[in-house]
Design a protein around this ligand. Structure first.
Ligand code: 8YV
Length: 331
């Protein structure tokens, strides 16, 4: 009998996925879900035939250099692959795959939740009843937010998730604007009434709400730089469910503190899991809504992500190209 490949999974996955992995592979699972240390990660790439990491594992060039030559596939449990040096992996003949599509709608839902929550002061209002503050009762002028309908939403990155956000926002009566490397197909733009901005600077200066939906790559690191953040209107809000690194978080924080940007809804952070005390203070003051990277966190989505990982591994083991290969040229 052929020996089953050693598949090292760095985090606890849904039970049904772990059961299936045990049946199919020699699966080394991380049942207590403690994130691996750098040393443990290096140990993993030295022993595994296939590695299944997540966003919390930094598979950088240093780690890839230590990999044994039998490591042939890194099947990421996640859509974003900014945790993996894809170019270094590719150079060593290691295939990289991800889990696209199955988390598009969930992430777009959470983005929409923040687009609703921030201007309508959802969390701030809810906290009046739960944080021991005294609610004096309804008043015509109290806890007023801003209407969404008719406002301009600027989507940065109009890929699958950006388009799913646009569909939702369009249904809420927002005017859709977007910046992307290239315009979307005309029938999609027409359906969404979406306006393309080739210049990100020009779009940012005109939007009421900005939603970040692009991947984090070397080209998008601090895409919303200090200079660009200063172009944003004083009464505008920013929502980010993509990656913290796309925004210069320190400058964003300062601009919200000084009232030069109205507020933000952030599901991701530049130095995750660290969240700056300044942002937490702004959240307590009702200026920002913070979530702990929950954009794709649904039971259904996690199972589908796991199923995708298994399909990618099995296809690879059958000597075919896995469906969700990530090539350096795609980044
Ligand atoms: C996942 C994500 O939770 O898939 C992504 O890119 O950011 C999240 O939805 C995480 O990446 C799992 O590795």
């Amino acid at each position: 009998v052929k020996k089953k490949p050693l598949v090292v999974v760095t985090r606890k996955l849904p039970d049904s996925i772990e059961t299936r992995m045990r049946e199919l592979f020699d699966a080394r699972l991380n049942l207590d879900d403690t994130p691996l240390t750098q040393d443990q990660l290096i140990e993993a790439v030295r022993t595994a035939d296939i590695l299944v990491p997540t966003v919390t594992d930094q598979i950088n060039e240093e780690v890839i250099k230590q990999a044994d030559s039998k490591l042939k596939l890194i099947a990421n449990f996640g859509n974003g692959v900014d945790n993996i040096d894809v170019t270094a992996a590719h150079a060593r003949g290691i295939t990289v795959t991800n889990t696209p599509k199955v988390l598009t709608e969930d992430t777009a839902d959470m983005t929409m939740a923040l687009i609703l929550a921030v201007p309508r002061r959802l969390i701030e209002g809810a906290s009046v009843l739960t944080d021991g503050k005294n609610w004096a009762g309804w008043s015509p002028t109290w806890m007023l937010g801003h209407r969404l309908g008719g406002k301009r939403l600027g989507i940065v990155g109009m890929g699958r998730i950006g388009q799913a956000v646009a569909r939702r926002a369009h249904a809420f009566g927002l005017q859709i604007h977007y910046h992307n490397r290239r315009p979307v197909a005309p029938h999609i733009a027409e359906e969404l009434g979406a306006t393309y901005w080739e210049s990100l600077d020009q779009m940012l200066a005109r939007m009421d709400i900005i939603s970040v939906n692009c991947p984090h790559t070397p080209a998008t690191f601090h895409l919303l730089s200090a200079r660009r953040l200063k172009l944003i209107r004083k009464d505008a809000y920013i929502v980010n469910t993509a990656r913290g690194e796309v925004i210069d978080e320190e400058t964003l924080t300062k601009l919200i503190e000084s009232g030069e940007i109205a507020g933000a809804g952030l599901d991701v952070f530049e130095h995750e899991p660290a969240v700056s005390p300044k942002l937490v203070r702004l959240a307590k003051a009702g200026k920002v809504t913070l979530l702990p990277h929950m954009g794709s966190a649904t039971i259904e989505g996690r199972v589908e992500m796991g199923e995708k990982v298994i399909i990618n591994i099995r296809t690879f083991l059958d000597n075919h190209k896995p469906p969700d290969r990530v090539l350096p040229s795609m980044l």
